[in-house]
Design a protein. Sequence first.
Length: 194
Amino acid sequence: MPSTNGASKKCSVLFVCLGNICRSPTAEAVFKKVVEQANEQDQFLIDSCGTGGGNPDWYSWSYHTGDPSDRRMIASASKRNVHLTSRSRPLTPEDLQNFDYILGMDYENIAAIQVAADYWASKGKTVPKDYRSKVQLMCKYLDKDGAFKGITEVPDPYYGGTKGFELVLDLLDDACEGLLTHIRERDVAKVAAS
Ligand code: 4NP
């Protein structure tokens, strides 16, 4: 990844959902696989987290902190040779500083990140001024002419059946390819502009 001082800087990508046991750990594992298949793993930092949501101290605690991914998600992913190994953790103020891309699975995740950022700022924590420009919907990177044209969210599969977990994988396979293409094009544009 090019940087202004000519040194190579890793591109950091954080995937965010509610519980960090279904969608975002899958996005993390699928994107890692896509990047490894392209032999570009040295150029990336890839992680995932959850917003927790709903309870009074969700800014430091999430429903599933420390848990492995949901066993139904693990089963669907492993059939596609995608292995979920991460443990759930909550979003932190440092994440807003440290990551270049903060990708929410649905609009609620995006709203929750903004509520958390406002809360942290009100408590005197460092929240980067530009953090909003890093926060995007994952579906922004779906193939615009592909099978999932027009879809804006990766639906929460937690309370549904197997089809929901398969849909998560289908959407993330598509969007992770688009994300890597986008990052490569952005870097080519940066080099051209420098
Ligand atoms: P995720 O799915 O946000 O994709 O990890 C969920 C996991 C847990 C819950 C909801 C959604 N929950 O209500 O515990």
